[in-house]
Design a binder for this molecule. Structure first.
Ligand SMILES: C[S@@+](CC[C@H](N)C(=O)[O-])C[C@H]1O[C@@H](n2cnc3c(N)ncnc32)[C@H](O)[C@@H]1O
Length: 309
């Protein structure tokens, strides 16, 4: 993702659940005189929160052209303790260790982008022992989709619309992962946690996630709904889940190419594989239950899209 356009940044800034949670976390975490690293500063909003919270020195790092605009924003807001560093988190060199490393690095379902690896490099290189990470941890969650309409959108090309044989491309919609805002009544009531990433201690992004759901309702399941929750500090968190107020992340829909019929008490084993594809990640999902499986991936398709962009 390029991040050179203002609409993406303004979408994030208009997400008050996200931005105000970061503001409260920075105010709670940053102490007077602290050195702070803001990885992926974008328009500079988190750096400004850090300076206003009393930071003595803020390193605002970004590789996009938005950094030039951020420099003007810093000046217009009278910021004198923010230093901007144009560079990639994979390689940028900073002059000092920091007390706080803040970053809004999370993509859809955390991994639809790949800022986690450079974040961990910066943590290991520049966070002083005992320093604080914002967010402190993130957890990943999954639920089962019951909305037939989502499935019918994807099967449209199978039905020879306009008398045209689209079979060459009719399976493609099942190899794309869509951003959706699911309503609770479009999901089965049960969800599961794939696990929690402790940002102070993890050494590498996970490549495989596993969860189990025991259904409490009968019906047809058309795919998986995935989201994350972010624990910015021990006290401050937000959820991007379907039962929480909407954020700009919404949820991801991992579709099945055939409905899966389930009944109460049925156990589903879910595996999600995350595959690094250059600047982004691809996913492979697999659900097994009572000898049946549903699997899908967006890896080949995502790689193809990356080639033509
Ligand atoms: C999700 S935006 C967050 C922007 C800003 N911190 C905010 O909260 O509004 C992520 C930012 O990180 C930058 N970024 C992504 N990957 C990066 C990398 N590897 N090195 C440096 N900057 C990166 C992008 O250019 C973008 O501005």
């Amino acid at each position: 993702m390029a991040y050179d356009d203002i609409l993406t940044h303004s979408l994030m800034l208009r997400d008050r659940i996200r931005t105000e949670a970061y503001q409260r976390a920075i105010e709670a975490c940053v102490r007077s005189g602290d050195r702070v690293l803001d990885f992926g500063c974008g328009t500079g909003v988190l750096s400004i929160f850090a300076e206003r919270a009393g930071a003595g020195r803020v390193f605002a790092v970004d590789r996009s052209s938005m950094l030039e605009a951020a420099q003007q924003v810093f000046a217009d807001n009278g910021c004198t303790r923010i230093e901007s560093w144009a560079g990639d988190g994979d390689t940028v060199e900073l002059p000092d260790k920091v007390d706080v490393l803040v970053s809004e690095w999370m993509g859809h379902f955390l991994f639809a982008e790949s800022m986690l690896e450079p974040l961990l490099r910066l943590r290991d290189a520049y966070l002083r022992p005992g320093g604080r990470m914002i967010p402190a941890s993130c957890s990943l969650h999954v639920a089962l989709v019951s909305a037939r309409a989502e499935f019918e959108m994807l099967t449209f090309l199978r039905e020879r619309p306009y008398g045209i044989d689209f079979s060459a491309i009719s399976s493609w919609p099942f190899h794309e992962i869509a951003t959706r805002r699911f309503k609770p009544n479009e999901l089965f009531p049960d969800s599961a946690c794939f696990g929690t990433l402790d940002l102070a201690t993890i050494t590498a992004p996970p490549r495989s996630l596993n969860a189990r759901i025991v259904c409490s309702a009968a019906g047809q399941c058309f795919g998986l709904c995935g989201w994350f929750d972010a624990q910015l500090t021990s006290e401050i968190q937000f959820s991007t889940g379907p039962w929480a107020p909407a954020t700009h992340w919404f949820q991801l829909f991992f579709p099945f190419d055939r409905a899966l019929t389930v009944e109460p008490g049925q156990l589903l084993e879910i595996t999600l594989r995350i595959v690094r594809l250059g600047d982004t990640n691809g996913f492979e999902w697999l659900v097994s239950t009572r000898g049946e499986t549903r699997r899908g991936d967006n890896i080949v398709h995502q790689a193809w899209l990356a080639r033509i962009r």
